[in-house]
Design a protein around this ligand. Structure first.
Ligand code: PEP
Length: 257
């Protein structure tokens, strides 16, 4: 059985200006050093705005801090006339390990569909980044079907269409109705979809890759609900928005047991 190191990932979204971000990461570094023995077997990652990635690199290196980081988005192109876009090459050059692809806010606010997500997954992999492909259904979609995993499975299959077995990827199941709303999915609801996603992964990439791939839950994860979510067998971590902006909340989510 493949071991799936739990991953606790904080998506800052468009929060913290540069000075606030530096202060936050320094404080996070001190806090995590204090609790290191508690989270040795948990991988921690933060997803700051692009403008802070360089500072996060400096601070984590200077403090020898075992915190991974990534970007919240990337261009599907590698370089060229794409004003305002950021290439996976630029992100990887700053020592980032991960990049989010297809977060629901990208899908809805920026109209990114499955084709764009597929191209972005491929761009991440071209530059040695691990894509964290976000999938999940809206409330209308959940109410319109008897299979709550249907939308997520379709997004997963489309986003990973060009991915080869054995590739290091992460999936984040984030029901849109639970993001930033305070409405957390029950552990059973989250497990049901994550288990179905693992079956879909097995169909697409084989049993071995499916068994080794981490599937995160995201949607109003807080210190008081993380333990029950993490007890589910197909949930390997959390993608945390709001609660990742508080040192106290994020560090207790990391120490979820
Ligand atoms: C997210 O942005 O991925 C998220 C899950 O946000 P929140 O935790 O605030 O619901």
């Amino acid at each position: 059985v493949a071991s799936r190191t739990p991953l606790m990932a904080g998506n800052w979204k468009m929060n913290f200006n540069h000075l606030q971000a530096i202060a936050f990461v320094q404080k996070l570094a001190w806090t995590l050093k204090d609790v290191k023995h508690d989270f040795d077997d948990v991988e921690v990652a933060v997803f700051p705005p692009f403008t802070d990635i360089r500072s996060v690199q400096t601070i984590t290196q200077a403090d020898n801090l075992d915190v991974a980081y990534g970007a919240q988005d990337l261009s599907e192109h590698d370089s060229g006339a794409y004003t305002g876009d950021i290439s996976g090459d630029f992100i990887a050059t700053l020592g980032a390990r991960y990049v989010l692809v297809g977060h629901s806010e990208r899908r809805t606010i920026h109209g990114e569909g499955d084709d764009v997500c597929r191209a972005k997954v491929n761009a991440a992999l071209r530059h040695g980044l691990v894509p964290v492909l976000c999938v999940g259904e809206s409330l209308e979609e959940r109410e319109a079907t008897s299979n709550p995993a249907e939308v997520s499975i379709a997004q997963l299959k489309a986003g990973l269409a060009d991915v080869k077995p054995g590739t290091d990827i992460v999936i984040a199941y984030e029901p849109v109705w639970a993001i930033g709303t305070g409405k957390v999915a029950t552990a059973e609801q989250a497990q049901e979809v994550c288990a179905a996603l693992r079956v879909a992964l097995a169909e697409q990439l084989g049993d071995e890759t499916a068994a080794a791939t981490r599937i995160l839950y995201g949607g109003s994860v807080k210190p008081d609900n993380v333990a029950s979510i993490m007890r589910e067998p197909d949930i390997d971590g959390a993608l945390v928005g709001g609660a990742s902006l508080s040192i106290e909340d994020f560090s207790s989510i990391i120490r979820y047991r």
